[in-house]
Ligand binder design. Structure first.
Ligand code: GLY
Length: 397
């Protein structure tokens, strides 16, 4: 009897482990260290190029010019976020000072209500700052940002409206919006009003109902009728077609439902995330190096452009999903995340020192149909790449 219990316990323990050889562990340890040292060098270079009141976004190789954007652009929190991730690993005080300077530049965003992106802007930045410093002023800024984001919640559809209405969409909600829920959940968890968690849960439930196809791929945009709450149209903005799986959208959904499971422990979010992961990882158009084309049905496959940002987000999400999954699925999720990190760390995707405007990764795609940011470095690719490396180090080494 005792023997059987011991056997069962050890079986359970083995199922929960991610199987990797000592050599692989050693390789990943070295790779992660090297990537962070490289990131430290690159961002100290980028600091010298960054304008005082804008946040680095991308790089124009032809003109050898860093592209920086206004602070209300959805990506403004990633630059400080990247710097905090680097500082955490290297302890470089120059990087920390630059992170603090960047936070000051974007601080006024806490009152911004012009779109749904406050979670990206304020949690990836101030969230990491608070995690590492426990400075209450950062927490207050996040709380205030959640209050601003909640003004975009529409009770009639039980969702946060992503963009303001336009000639194209009345009340658009995009799959990316799942990412902004993390700040709301965190605010409630840290003693803020419970209403933020309720909003996040409602949003996640509505999105689960309306954004997904039977194969667990997602539409990019769902447009709602605010009066009746009905879905008007399912469409895309950055994908190849309304019916096609835009690669970064799949990654946002995967990350979003994994994160919602972290906060709620609601099994339906976990199952959703696991199914999205399987859609991505088993897709016949996912290349052997696991870096997706910008859309799983992109025209021109196999010569279509890749999206390293989608790969980085996917890797980070898979590593968290691996924490909540057992057995062969866990092994698949963590192993594929590892392969993504190895690909992104190779010469094919990782820049050389002093190149790429100081960005770490090459070959991301922002908005292909808009002919915008095609095959370029993007700040959020670097952010989720570093987050994934940290997660691998913390959880699997
Ligand atoms: N949230 C916008 C994007 O993923 O491009």
């Amino acid at each position: 009897m005792k023997k059987n219990i011991l056997l069962l316990a050890s079986l359970f323990f083995c199922c929960n482990l991610f199987a990797q050889s000592a050599a692989t562990k050693d390789l990943m340890q070295r790779l992660i260290k090297e990537d962070f040292e490289f990131a430290d060098t690159q961002y100290r270079y980028m600091m010298t190029l960054a304008p005082p009141n804008k946040m680095p976004q991308s790089y124009n190789e032809k003109e050898n010019k860093l592209i920086a954007n206004n602070i209300t652009w959805w990506c403004s929190g990633f630059y400080p976020g990247v710097l905090w991730y680097i500082y955490e690993q290297t302890g470089n005080s120059t990087i920390k000072q630059e992170a603090e300077r960047a936070l000051q530049v974007i601080e006024s965003n806490q009152s911004f209500t012009g779109n749904h992106d406050l979670g990206f802007m304020m949690y990836c930045s101030f969230g990491n700052a608070y995690r590492l410093t426990k400075d209450e002023k950062y927490k207050n800024i996040i709380f205030h940002s959640s209050q601003s984001l909640a003004t975009r919640y529409r009770p009639s559809i039980k969702c946060i409206q992503s963009w303001d209405s336009s000639a194209r969409f009345f009340c658009p909600v995009i799959i990316d919006n799942m990412m902004n829920l993390e700040m709301l959940c965190w605010t409630s968890q840290q003693g803020g009003s419970k209403k933020y968690l309720d909003i996040a849960v409602n949003h996640a439930n509505t999105t689960l109902k309306n954004h997904f196809r039977p194969n667990y791929s997602s539409y990019h945009v769902v447009d709602y009728n605010l009066q009746t709450g009905a879905v008007r149209r399912k469409a895309t903005w950055q994908g190849a077609a309304d019916c096609s799986p835009w690669a970064r959208g799949q990654a946002w959904g995967l990350y979003g439902y994994t994160m919602m499971y972290r906060f709620t422990k609601n099994k339906k979010y976990l199952v959703q995330a696991q199914n999205i992961a399987k859609f991505i990882l088993n897709h016949p158009n996912l290349p052997a190096d696991k870096i997706p084309y910008w859309d799983f049905n992109a025209p021109l496959i196999p010569t279509a452009k890749r999206d390293a940002s989608a790969a980085a987000i996917t890797a980070s999400a898979l590593l968290e999903l691996g924490q909540y999954t057992q057995g062969v699925d866990k092994n698949k999720f963590v192993n594929d995340a590892k392969l993504i990190l190895q690909s992104l760390s190779s010469d094919a995707y990782r820049a050389k020192p002093g190149e790429n405007g100081g960005f770490i990764l090459k070959h991301s795609t922002g908005a292909y149909p808009q002919n915008s940011e095609i095959d370029v470095p993007l700040i959020y690719a670097d952010y989720y790449f570093l987050e994934a490396l940290k997660r691998y180090k913390d959880w699997y080494l």
